[in-house]
Design a protein around this ligand. Structure first.
Ligand code: ADP
Ligand code: ADP
Length: 228
């Protein structure tokens, strides 16, 4: 589903963000990506969502080599990827419903189909009764769940999350992770970038650890102490 082969990324300024990174994420797998600030987590996610290109090496998504795909294929592959951010990036002048509907409106779905899918997505995150609320009327955890509903509304097989619990307390963070687990059980591949080691330690998932752009560990978390 997602493959990195000897991937390096050097930004125009000369900053080496990733160095010879190799990993593979299978369909239906859920994994954490961790490392200190500046380790390269966001860059790795941006390579998967084709917001950045590798300087060296190969990134494969669903068998497509991102070095050789066409513009038309980029749009097609992006549709397979749901992105969740720390700052949920909701439009504050739009209701929860309209925020979640946005990807479907862009795709040109009918009103009926949009209504059905948006309400199903809001139901999944437990907020179907808040469809008409504006983001300001919702708590931080609820805003994040609206962001998640928007990311899954067109049922992408891949979910990428960049510090999705960054602004949330431990209890709300766990609820968000439980939500990801539900999508994962439904067959979605999930990759969660976080520096919240406490959160990772409470789960038992494969954890990819970056340090200054290099992948230093890849496996199940053992203990909280010796990860970085
Ligand atoms: P993380 O998400 O783990 O904090 P990043 O992927 O954001 O790490 O950053 C990795 C390195 O690349 C850092 O040194 C950062 O300063 C640098 N970097 C990130 N984005 C850019 C950019 N657009 N231009 C130049 N350097 C960048
Ligand atoms: P938290 O303590 O988790 O930040 P809040 O106290 O902000 O939560 O919100 C608690 C509940 O009250 C939420 O379900 C939210 O949707 C609702 N709420 C908060 N502010 C408003 C508002 N201005 N109008 C209507 N409902 C609100």
């Amino acid at each position: 589903m997602i493959s990195f082969e000897e991937v390096s990324k050097t930004y125009p300024g000369g900053q080496q963000a990733l160095v010879k990174v190799n990993f593979h994420i299978a369909p239906g797998e859920m994994a954490f990506l961790t490392g200190h600030s500046g380790a390269g987590k966001s860059t790795l996610l941006k390579l998967i969502s084709i917001m950045e290109r590798p300087s060296v090496g190969k990134v494969l998504i669903n068998g497509h080599d991102l070095n050789t795909i066409t513009r038309r294929q980029i749009a097609y592959i992006r549709r397979d990827i749901g992105m969740i951010f720390q700052s949920h990036q909701l439009l504050m002048d739009k209701t929860a419903f309209d925020n979640v509907a946005l990807p479907l409106v862009i795709e040109g779905y009918t009103h009926k189909e949009i209504n059905k899918r948006v309400m199903a997505a809001l139901e999944m995150v437990g907020l179907h009764d808040k469809a008409k609320y504006f983001p300001m009327m919702l708590s931080g955890g609820e805003q994040q769940r609206i962001g998640i509903a928007r990311a899954v509304v067109n049922k992408p097989p891949i979910l990428l999350a960049d510090e999705p619990t960054g602004n949330l307390d431990p209890k709300l963070s766990m609820e968000i992770i439980k939500l990801f687990e539900e999508f994962n059980r439904a067959g979605v591949s999930v990759l969660i970038a976080t520096h919240d080691l406490g959160l990772i330690a409470r789960m038992r998932y494969r954890t990819l650890t970056l340090r200054r752009g290099r992948m230093i560990t890849d496996g199940l978390t053992e203990s909280e102490g010796d990860m970085l």
